[in-house]
Design a protein around this ligand. Structure first.
Ligand code: NOJ
Length: 518
């Protein structure tokens, strides 16, 4: 386990929308380099950058045309190396986005595999043996290539599935997971990883990490076996490299695949969904962090607790404010509610991820789809840096912007929020600082919920107690608190010898000391 993960706080950057330095309307690597001091000032010490590789951008870069080449619109490979080096000088690690399940249909491997003549890449993708034969229960395309066969899709129509084999096989054309061609795909992906790790990257966020072997069993054992093989390579050759999976099943990803961390994604009715986006599956929004709702922490705990217990000795569950696929939390939560969201994410075990702009409460915008974003596009708009033209994102003409900037009169921006002492931005900065100051609040510190239900939560992390009350009621916890002192609070809170009371929308962090105090 790379030791640096225990104190890591990640910042996700969607490169298109972070900072444009050549005024072409789209973000670039130089823009990220120029904003590294900002990331450090906020307190984050690691980045996840969405795919920045050569691509026709039918799925915002998740359709890779060349794994080893930076997309010209972002810069060059040398720029990315400069980004790694500058980030490292500032104590920031950098994860790239690895897309192992599929490529673009314009990737050279795919073009070769479309040819009628057998070649090195004929087995690199999933093909049937005749153009009139489909693939049961999976999307596929026929009639687009000279090769007599249909090819399987892993996501959109432009993203053919790479071939890692099939566990359950009933057709001759289905490769076994240990076949020569399936192993060659795995080794090709390791080659891509080595390429960037040798240039200085610190690991990968892995796209659809569970999608490799087809007809895998319910535990995804064959896919997990591939990731264990990858992890063995990393442990031997790059022990400091970190891997986080887009899987949302830590039993399989962490315990099975030996990922260091697994994202707790926004899946309907799971614990994470009940915290911020309950409105997606219920008519009444009872998200735990929504003051007006009727949230109940038991819904989160039922899902999270067994997962946490099962993986805590092997790796981490990563909670996130949102990502490039999910609505921003500010869609339904106001700034006070968002402060409590950050307080929670930054005092829970595991490794937290903040999505760019969430630290200022950027909104989810109603904008036209871009590069296969569809409803996700509203979470991908340009970062709002200041009160200047295009919110300081780019000096281009408005019509040339990659996506429109939030122009509402009260749109938040970094400059204004830094100037206001009680802003969301400062609360986030304070909370990251406190997490860094007290190792018990970090990834490995113990965690024990002190109440199992209610529209509030108290939990213990070693010698620290955290109380968060998003509701409109006053709540309290009775305990011997004579030796506890407050470290941080938001809203109206009262701490006595035998109880702590939290009025509406408030938070307290307590720490046990030798001396004690009130
Ligand atoms: C998950 C990514 O987060 C998403 O943006 C992408 O469209 C799909 N995987 C396909 O790669």
């Amino acid at each position: 386990m790379p030791e640096w993960l225990s104190s890591a706080v990640f910042y996700e950057i969607y490169p298109q929308s972070f900072k444009d330095t050549n005024d072409d309307g789209i973000g670039d690597l130089q823009g990220i380099i120029e904003k590294l001091d900002y990331v450090a000032e906020l307190g984050c010490n690691a980045l996840w950058i969405n795919p920045c590789f050569d691509s026709p951008f039918k799925d915002a870069g998740y359709d890779v045309r060349d794994y080893k080449k930076v997309a010209p619109r972002y810069g060059t490979n040398d720029d990315l190396v400069r980004l790694f080096d500058t980030a490292h000088e500032k104590g920031i690690r950098v994860l790239l986005d690895l897309v192992p399940g599929h490529t673009s249909d314009q990737h050279a491997w795919f073009r070769e595999s479309c040819r009628d003549e057998p070649n090195e890449y004929s087995g690199r993708y999933v093909w049937t043996s005749n153009a009139f034969e489909g693939i049961r229960d999976h999307p596929y395309i026929s009639g687009m290539a000279d090769r007599a066969g249909s090819y399987m899709l892993n996501f959109f129509a432009s993203q053919p599935a790479l071939n890692y084999g099939w566990l359950d096989r009933d057709q001759k054309w289905m490769s076994a997971p240990d076949s020569e061609e399936a192993v060659a795909t795995r080794e090709a992906m390791k080659d891509v990883m080595r390429f960037w790790l040798d240039l200085g990257c610190d690991g990968f966020r892995v796209d659809m990490a569970d999608s490799l072997v087809k007809n895998d069993d319910e535990n995804k054992t064959a896919t997990a076996q591939i990731w264990r093989n990858v992890r063995d390579m990393l442990d031997r050759e790059y022990p400091e490299a970190a891997m986080v999976s887009e899987w949302s099943n830590p039993y399989q990803a962490v315990n099975g695949g030996r990922f260091h961390m697994d994202f707790y994604l926004d899946h309907w009715h799971n614990g994470y969904n009940t915290l911020l986006r309950d409105y997606e599956c219920n008519k009444t929004d009872n998200s735990f962090f929504r003051a007006e709702g009727n949230g109940d922490i038991s819904r989160f705990l039922r899902d999270y607790l067994p997962k946490y217990e099962a993986v805590k000795d092997n790796g981490y569950i990563s909670m996130l404010t949102c990502n490039h696929d999910t609505p921003r939390p500010a869609r339904t939560l106001d700034r006070d509610e968002l402060k409590l969201v950050f307080a929670f994410l930054l005092t829970m075990p595991g490794v937290p991820f903040l999505y760019y702009g969430d630290e200022i409460g950027m909104r989810y915008l109603d904008v036209r789809t871009k590069e296969g974003g569809y409803h996700r596009t509203g979470s991908r708009t340009p970062m709002q840096w200041d009160r200047s033209v295009n919110a300081g994102f780019s000096g281009c003409e408005e019509k040339d912007l990659y996506l429109p900037v939030d122009k509402s009169p009260d749109a938040p921006d970094v400059q204004t929020m830094m100037e206001q002492e009680d802003s969301l931005w400062h609360a986030v900065q304070d909370l990251i600082r406190i997490r860094k100051q007290y190792p018990e609040l970090q990834a490995d510190g113990p965690w024990l919920p002190l109440n199992r239900q209610g529209h509030y939560t108290f939990y213990q992390r070693g010698t620290m107690i955290i109380g968060i009350n998003p509701s409109k009621e006053t709540v309290s916890l009775s305990a011997d608190l004579s030796r506890y002192v407050p470290v941080y609070s938001i809203g109206n809170v009262y701490k006595g010898e035998r109880a702590v009371r939290l009025e509406k929308s408030s938070l307290i962090i307590l720490r046990k000391t030798e001396e004690g105090g009130i």
